[in-house]
Design a binder for this molecule. Structure first.
Ligand code: ADP
Ligand code: ZN
Ligand code: ZN
Length: 732
């Protein structure tokens, strides 16, 4: 008789343990996907361990139903990384592990990756031009136009354009105007390098040398303003690290919007290294394919957003985190990990260097760079010598003088740009500063019925919309509180500002870029193309515009509505505002035209603006760090937030009070605050509460959490309350 093997299997269930199953006579290796019976359902599981022992009597154990034995197994390093994260972020291991996998691998079916193609115009197609396509072939037109705008398009991108794309594309291919290349084939073929290599400046050389000399784990902060040549340094670093061996590199970027840009730049500069991207705009099959290419070591560079930090990479030699301060690295539900921090842990466990790049590092990172925990490398100037720093000024609006939110100075500056044929950008700090429906008689403001937030006016649709829960209603004319029949929108949302500008500059071509106008996929890309083609005079937008885009003809940035962030109860608001304004200021004058930034504020002498005018992040960071030290906020303390919500706040409060009492009983080295209601008291109809826990070092905090979480899971209210532990929270 053959010996019985016991499989320790991770399942997507909210229990922090593995489950024992019998192998059912199948040959199973660790890391394999299996289907198991769980309760009355089938579940996908990952075999973490094959053992000859189980604590459960064999006759109580069930056998697995199926094994996907010809799929490549998950490696031990990925297990270890997710085990570590599950512990650190207090999340069930099985769920952590499964949520790190592409969706296809979480299904109870074999995951085969179909062959994928990318499509691009041929030289013949380019020469033939759009006009060669018969007028009535509308779909062919659209595909051709899309290919003119994009170097290549994936099947997923094309499917979004039209579900019937394949037939039309076949015609174009048969004409010889379009070429289809299999993704895998392209991965192996090297693409012709087109871009030229600039000669590095002194700062860049120094940074590169320092980084190339290090062996093993070493975190570097690469601090340099936008345009100082950080990306150029990444490229050279990748060249030298990857050329030396068969290694792989992981590059994390904050936003999907930026991935294609960086990807294109890397592809043209690093043609010899097969590269894949991983982000949520990929189709499930593309995602699986790219993930597998990373897992097999065939992809040498993996560029991706947050979740890509867990991608198995057997030959990982180096990690780069671009814009490391960006809040989108933090996952806000499920396992609330911070991808930059996970990347640091991963690099450490793997013993490889990691580079964090930013113009405005997170204060945590800045602190670590100054206590010597990280190496600090600076790029002091803009890399293109003719690209001047923008001239930053504040416009004092404390004494009024604005009309529809615009000061005469700003209007005049925009007019000048119009006459010169240059572009302006009006930046609104947040979607949250959107217009609300206000009664001027009694100050009633239209509220959301499900959240403690205000409804935002969307004039064009004639609707009020809640930006937190999506609740919508019609705009009312009459005040429900006092009967005043003349309600009107107030505040300067992007839509309202767009209307004001259209009235001021009837001849100008105005483009609004916010979450509403870019809801359609590829809308943002199309808009950016229009800006580059100089089809736009004035851009109105939120922070979506602030990041990474390079508009050579943009010479004026106007900034509106920032003041509430100066005095926000959120201790990170000022840090965030500074980063945002630095970034948006970086949009002005990237090419040879000098840029100007005009900030409308009632507090022109605020330290933040002084530092901004001098583009002196270091000075402001110093001041903020001092404040953080005095108040004992991060990075001088470590925080954990216990979030809870239920239909009834009484329940939430009882639960959090129990948690607070229990925590106080469990640890003395940790400060436990009282339960509070967050700024957003209700969300989507749920009453919310927070409990803040804080300590001066991590170990006692981690010890406390482990016991506390076990206690709370066993609490009678556990089933009635939705709760989560947020370690190192960013939002409160
Ligand atoms: P960052 O990533 O810091 O914003 P980039 O690497 O994108 O900066 O560089 C900004 C611009 O300057 C790019 O157009 C890049 O090609 C160019 N550049 C970078 N380094 C140099 C250099 N040493 N000499 C000339 N141009 C450079
Ligand atoms: Zn709401
Ligand atoms: Zn009223």
């Amino acid at each position: 008789m053959t010996r019985q093997h016991f499989l320790k299997i991770a399942l997507d269930v909210p229990l922090d343990r593995l489950f024992d199953y019998l192998d059912g006579g199948l040959e199973i290796a660790p890391g394999q996907r299996v289907v198991v019976p769980f309760g009355r359902r089938k579940q996908i599981g990952i075999v973490v361990e094959v053992s000859d022992h189980s604590d459960v009597p064999a006759d109580k154990l069930k056998s697995i139903l199926q094994a996907f034995s010809n799929e490549p197994p998950l490696d031990a390093e990925t297990f270890a990384l997710l085990r570590f994260c599950a512990d650190y972020y207090q999340y069930p291991y099985g769920q952590a592990l499964l949520s790190a996998l592409p969706t296809r691998l979480r299904q109870t079916e074999p995951a085969v990756s179909r062959k994928q193609h990318v499509y691009a115009l041929t030289d013949a197609g380019r020469a033939a031009g759009m006009e060669s396509i018969p007028l009535r072939k509308a779909l062919q037109w659209r595909l051709f136009a899309a290919l003119l705008q994009n170097a290549e398009l994936s099947e997923a991108a094309l499917a979004e354009l039209s579900s019937g794309w394949r037939k039309a594309m076949q015609v174009l291919t048969e004409c010889g105007w379009v070429q289809a290349t299999e993704v895998l084939a392209r991965l192996k073929n090297s693409i012709k390098a087109s871009a030229t290599e600039p000669e590095l400046n002194q700062d860049q050389i120094q940074a590169l040398q320092a980084m190339c000399e290090t062996q093993g784990f070493k975190p570097w902060l690469l601090h340099g303003i936008t345009g100082s040549g950080k990306t150029e340094v990444y490229i050279r670093l990748l060249q030298s690290v990857l050329a030396a061996n068969d290694g792989q590199a992981l590059v994390l970027v904050p936003e999907i919007n930026l991935t294609p840009q960086l990807e294109a730049r890397f592809r043209s500069r690093l043609p010899e290294f097969p590269m894949v991207s991983l982000h949520s705009n990929l189709s499930e099959s593309e995602r699986l394919l790219n993930w597998r290419l990373a897992q097999s070591g065939q992809a040498r560079i993996v560029i991706g957003t947050r979740l890509a930090v867990f991608t198995p990479m057997p030959e990982l030699r180096m990690v780069i985190v671009d814009e490391e301060h960006d809040g989108s690295y933090k996952q806000q539900d499920g396992m609330r990990y911070h991808a930059r921090d996970v990347a640091l842990m991963r690099a450490k466990r793997r013993n490889v260097p990691i580079v964090l790049g930013s113009a405005t590092p997170a204060l945590e990172t800045w602190h670590n760079a100054h206590t010597g925990k990280y190496g600090l490398l600076k790029l002091a100037d803009r890399a293109v010598l003719t690209a001047k720093l923008p001239n930053i000024r504040c416009i004092d609006v404390s004494k009024g003088g604005t009309q529809d939110g615009l000061s005469p100075i700003l209007v005049e500056a925009m007019r000048e740009r119009l006459t010169r044929g240059e572009q302006s950008l009006l930046f609104i700090n947040r979607r949250g500063y959107a217009p609300v429906l206000l009664c001027s008689a009694c100050n009633w403001i239209a509220p959301c019925s499900r959240c403690s937030s205000r409804l935002v006016v969307h004039l064009r649709q004639g609707r009020l919309r809640c930006h937190h829960c999506g609740h919508e209603e019609k705009i009312t004319r009459q005040c429900p509180s006092c009967g005043n029949p003349d309600l009107h929108p107030t505040g300067h949302g992007t839509q309202r500002l767009e209307a004001t500008l259209a009235a001021l500059f009837p001849e100008a071509r105005i483009l609004r870029v916010d979450r509403d106008s870019t809801r359609r996929k590829h809308a943002l890309t199309d808009m950016l193309t229009a800006v580059h083609a100089d089809e736009v005079d004035i851009l109105v937008g939120t922070q979506m515009l602030a990041k990474g885009h390079d508009f050579p003809n943009l010479t004026l940035v106007g900034v509106m509505d920032t003041d509430s962030a100066l005095f926000s109860p959120d201790f990170r608001a000022a840090e965030r505002l500074f980063a945002q304004l630095m970034q948006v200021a970086g949009r002005a004058g990237r090419a040879d035209k000098a840029g100007e930034v005009l900030i409308q504020t009632a507090f022109p002498d605020h330290a933040l603006f002084n530092a901004l005018r001098e583009q002196n992040y270091a000075a402001y960071a110093q001041q903020l760090l001092q404040e953080r030290r005095q108040t004992q906020f991060p990075p001088y303390a470590y925080m954990v937030l216990l979030r809870a919500e239920a239909n009834d706040y009484g329940m939430v409060q009882r639960f959090l009070t129990y948690a607070a009492d229990k925590a106080r009983e469990l640890s003395e080295k940790v400060t436990i605050y009282d339960p509070v209601r967050p700024q957003m008291e209700r969300l989507k109809g749920m009453e919310r509460g927070h409990l803040l826990i804080q300590a001066n070092s991590r170990p006692p905090l981690q010890r406390l959490l482990k016991t506390l979480v076990a206690n709370l899971s066993a609490h009678p209210l556990n089933a009635k309350i939705r709760w989560a532990v947020d370690v190192d929270p960013l939002e409160f």
